[in-house]
Design a protein around this ligand. Structure first.
Ligand SMILES: Nc1nc2c(c(=O)[nH]1)N[C@H]1C(S)=C(S)[C@@H](COP(=O)(O)OP(=O)(O)OC[C@H]3O[C@@H](n4cnc5c(=O)[nH]c(N)nc54)[C@H](O)[C@@H]3O)O[C@H]1N2
Ligand SMILES: Nc1nc2c(c(=O)[nH]1)N[C@H]1C(S)=C(S)[C@@H](COP(=O)(O)OP(=O)(O)OC[C@H]3O[C@@H](n4cnc5c(=O)[nH]c(N)nc54)[C@H](O)[C@@H]3O)O[C@H]1N2
Ligand code: SF4
Ligand SMILES: [Mo]
Length: 731
């Protein structure tokens, strides 16, 4: 037995925890995993860090690893059949070329990955789309996540990332936690919130549900879902009305205060109370507490961004921090805590339709000229590309074939599970001429693919992830990949080369070096420095050892806006797009499961995590609603919206209020995205996952319902060609 120890960064959430693997290199097996010291996690990890690596063993519980390329040789309607890499690459390149020649570069869409691959393949994916295909149609799951934070923060303070670092949270004096459930989503960040409380911080939590954070908060603002903007505008109203604003900071470092004041003046607590259902004095208390400290921190998540008014709420939160001068010092500022392990990084790499790597605008002629020169092309497209949430609009709702999307390369995402309104998404995938999936597992999306390209997973390749707080950290190979799989970056190089735009690299570090040389903000973050420090937070301008990176942004009130001033912005409140009514009397909100992760291809294939929770998921219902519906805890029920119907288990709980029900989006059978609505924020195009009208129906024949769940589950697995159901679970 040859033993080695390898340190790497966790592949789930953006907390960026460091894990130490012990592996038997002779047997190519992982023996043990434990957390180790890291900048964000000290030496702690949550249950996914401890148990979330078992998918590397491919126990085939939910789905199975992809081990060889698969193509539909005879076109749509013919089966997916194994192919050699040469054949699969030629097949993908020929089809993409044909589509580009016939319909132009903008008929091709690319989605890249905030998960396992890391920064380097994402850099290459956007380079491929821009330099080889010639379009800015490149995006990723930030769109359906924190895109509203990126847009809203950039419009006010100039930078879309967390202004402070995860460790700084524990020294905050006041934490305003809004629409963020760290105990389930980022347990290691939650630990910092607990520590802040232990050190005497005042916690306040705005969430329509009772969460672990609300339980330890001094003030729980249990507002009605979809009313954030009324609350935040009203807090600003109180701060100004009571003269609690930081007048000097406003004078010296901000603009547009008067226009902001004119809007928030219309939100006295009594009016906001009528919209939010909160007590006026609780709103006053929240405002006074927030303004009463020089170390106030706002942490927010999907309960802010996944609304058709998400961007406006983000702007109002940044404005609250401007109003009170809570920027530019340690343990203060704004914290849109980025979800996925590398969603900050995938944004950093320019996997967005409007920016190159390092947030350099595609509309800026100088930036275009710089990247065109470096990438050896005459010119690069200037117009912003398509947001991935608009693909259905450009397929099923676009009658003119010249304006349609004809090809979609989906790399490390599972939109057929994670996008809203899945029936429409399936119709979209069926209508697109050519769909490529590059993944590590068979998933719901790859069922509809014309070509599947199998990649190495986290633990099988090298690279860099960016944690939620702008920290570049290394990921390292622990085991050798099994089967005919390739590194994501290599797959992109092969297709690009076959399409006539050669790309060749010796490894991830060479790609990284090309990237940092093009991005001033990242220029100093060499592999060597990341290795030495463990983590380098951007901006890091200089390669020398004296530039260790940046812990917090906007030092001394200098914002990242063009002229350095912070801009006050907010808007008037409006309700969500689809509200409850006589036919659909409940509101449906969708959230997270602590032991499972996103589309679940990875955690669903980890034996210990699978034992925590299983299909068909659950729906949280208040005891009053359970009584009205005549349903009880554990019973199967149907949840129905205008777009679909699914079966799931009733979870009766006092944590939710009457009239509002909650599901998690992790389940294949109880898939809540069959029900969600694709109404989008007009700026960030983020879907309103947190609010639509629904009803719950009792199922009288429970035996039939359980059989139906089993039937639907095996049908999905059969469609995916996963034969060995239940096999190898105990291996
Ligand atoms: N275990 C696990 N961890 C994860 C993930 C996972 O799938 N599983 N996913 C990761 C990803 S991609 C992300 S983006 C993060 C997301 O992490 P979070 O932002 O914590 O995500 P959610 O649980 O979707 O929503 C947060 C809270 O918003 C509340 N909320 C709903 N509506 C409203 C409202 O109108 N106002 C307010 N103020 N609150 C509201 C919900 O009740 C919920 O408690 O988690 C990451 N971590
Ligand atoms: N209803 C509802 N829906 C939601 C949300 C919600 O709150 N409610 N939240 C949304 C949010 S915030 C997010 S971020 C999205 C997430 O949605 P997705 O990004 O679609 O979900 P993931 O499970 O992270 O999907 C990642 C895919 O990448 C694959 N993968 C992992 N590692 C690698 C690798 O190294 N290489 C390759 N090629 N593939 C890899 C996985 O197998 C999986 O198929 O879901 C959104 N959907
Ligand atoms: S908190 Fe996030 S990064 Fe840390 S171990 Fe858990 S899932 Fe991994
Ligand atoms: Mo996310």
């Amino acid at each position: 037995m040859a033993i080695k120890e390898v340190q790497t960064t966790c592949c789930y959430c953006g907390s960026g925890c460091q894990l130490l693997f012990t592996a038997d290199t002779a047997a190519n097996k992982i023996l043990d995993v434990r957390p180790t010291w890291g900048r964000t996690n000290d030496d702690k990890a949550c249950l996914k860090g401890w148990y979330g690596w078992d998918f590397l063993n491919d126990p085939q519980i939910l789905t199975r690893r992809l081990r060889q390329p698969l193509i539909r040789r005879g076109g749509k309607g013919t089966p997916l059949a194994p192919a050699s890499w040469d054949e699969a690459v030629a097949f993908v390149a020929d089809n993409l070329k044909k589509i580009k020649d016939r319909w132009g570069p903008d008929s091709i869409m690319g989605a890249a990955s905030a998960r396992g691959p890391g920064n380097e393949p994402n850099y290459l994916m956007q380079k491929f789309m821009r330099a080889c295909v010639g379009t800015n149609n490149i995006d990723h799951c930030a769109r359906i996540c924190h895109a509203a934070s990126v847009a809203g923060s950039r419009q006010t303070i100039g930078e879309g990332a967390m202004s402070l670092s995860i460790p700084e949270i524990e020294d905050a004096e006041v934490i305003f936690n809004i629409g963020y459930n760290a105990a389930a989503s980022h347990p290691i960040v939650a630990r910092r919130i607990v520590k802040a409380k232990e050190k005497g911080a005042y916690l306040m939590c705005a969430d329509p549900r009772v969460t672990e954070t609300s339980r330890i908060s001094a003030l729980h603002l249990q507002l009605k879902g979809g009313t954030n903007l009324a609350l935040t505008n009203s807090m600003a109203h109180v701060i100004i009305a009571e003269g609690l604003e930081d007048k000097r900071f406003i004078q010296e470092h901000t603009k547009d205060f008067e226009a902001f004041k004119a809007i928030v003046e219309e939100y006295p607590p009594e009016r906001a109370a009528a919209i939010t259902g909160l007590a006026p004095n609780d709103i006053r208390l929240a405002a006074r507490r927030y303004a009463g400290s020089r170390h106030s921190v706002i942490l927010w998540g999907m309960g802010v961004t996944q609304f058709s008014q998400g961007v406006e709420v983000v702007k109002s939160l940044c404005s609250l921090a401007l109003l009170t001068g809570n920027f530019g010092r340690p343990s203060t500022g704004t914290g849109p805590v980025r979800g996925q392990n590398n969603v900050q990084g995938t944004c950093d790499m320019g996997v967005l339709p409007d920016v190159f790597p390092g947030y350099q605008s595609v509309a800026d002629p100088e930036a275009r000229a710089k990247f065109a020169k470096a990438w050896g092309v005459e010119s690069l497209p200037a117009g912003p590309g398509l947001h991935l949430t608009r693909v259905p609009e450009k397929v099923v709702h676009e009658k003119d074939p010249a304006k349609r999307i004809h090809a979609y390369w989906i790399f490390g995402e599972d939109p057929a599970q994670s996008d809203p309104d899945l029936a429409e998404l399936r119709e979209t995938l069926a209508e697109i001429d050519f769909v490529v999936c590059q993944d590590i597992f068979m998933n719901k999306t790859s069922r509809q693919a014309d070509a599947i390209l199998p990649a190495t997973a986290w633990g099988e390749h090298e690279g860099v992830y960016t944690s939620s707080d702008r920290g570049f950290q290394r990921i390292r190979k622990v085991v050798e990949p099994v089967g005919d799989v390739k590194d994501d970056w290599e797959i992109i190089c092969l297709v690009s080369t076959a399409m006539g735009y050669p790309m060749k690299y010796a490894g991830a570090e060479e790609i990284w070096n090309e990237m940092i040389d093009l991005c001033p903000k990242f220029a100093g973050a060499t592999y060597e420095k990341i290795e030495r420090q463990g983590s380098v937070q951007w901006p890091c301008w200089d390669k020398g050892p004296q530039d260790r990176g940046t812990m917090y942004l906007h030092k001394d009130g200098h914002f990242a806006t063009p002229d350095g001033f912070g801009l006050f912005r907010t808007a008037h409140y409006h309700p969500p797009v689809e509200v409850e009514n006589a036919d659909y009397p409940l509101t449906l909100c969708t959230v997270r499961e602590v032991g499972h992760y996103s589309a679940r291809t990875m955690t669903g294939n980890c034996r210990t995590l699978r034992n925590l929770e299983d299909e068909p998921g659950w729906v949280q219902i208040s005891p009053e609603d359970c009584q009205t519906l005549g349903v009880d805890d554990g019973e199967l029920v149907s949840v129905v919206s205008r777009r679909g119907r699914v079966i799931t288990r009733c979870k009766k709980t006092e944590r939710v209020k009457k009239g509002a029900v909650y599901m998690t989006y992790q389940w294949w059978v109880g898939a809540c995205n069959e029900l969600t609505i694709s109404s989008l924020d007009p700026t960030s195009r983020t879907p309103e996952y947190k609010y639509c009208a629904a009803k719950v129906e009792k199922i009288d024949d429970q035996q039939w319902a359980w059989q139906e769940v089993a039937r639907l589950y095996s049908q999905l697995r059969d469609d995916m060609g996963i034969q060995q159901i239940g096999k190898a679970v105990n291996q």
